[in-house]
Design a protein around this ligand. Structure first.
Ligand code: HEC
Length: 82
């Protein structure tokens, strides 16, 4: 999914980014309050063909959640087992 998002971004493939942001939105943990908003702002930026704003949407979510996500979800054995 991430390889996908990065590739779309590098290619300037806005339709692909729109789908990637939508998919990311669906995959968000429910307790991450702003996740959906970040994913939506990215999708809207892709719709508007605004590459810089897409980049910012990626970054906003990464700044807010990536570290926590990695810390709390990567090593969750329950998650592995499901
Ligand atoms: C709504 C949140 C959110 C958005 C928007 C988002 N990401 Fe991420 N991204 C994450 C999280 C959380 C991780 C950490 C995932 C992990 O480590 O398992 C991550 C990890 C990554 C990684 C590291 C490689 C990997 O697979 O872990 C790359 C590269 C990446 N994102 C690219 C992008 C790009 C490019 C965009 C925008 C087109 C984007 N992301 C938008 C949440 C987001």
């Amino acid at each position: 999914m991430k390889a996908n998002a990065s590739q779309r971004l590098n290619l300037g493939d806005f339709a692909g980014m729109e789908r990637a942001f939508e998919r990311i939105g669906q995959l968000g943990p429910e307790d991450y309050a702003d996740w959906q908003a970040y994913a939506r702002s990215g999708r809207d930026a892709a719709k508007a063909r605004d590459l810089e704003e897409c980049r910012r949407a990626c970054k906003r979510c990464h700044d807010a959640y990536r570290a926590t996500y990695r810390r709390t979800r990567r090593a969750d054995p329950l998650r592995e087992a499901r």
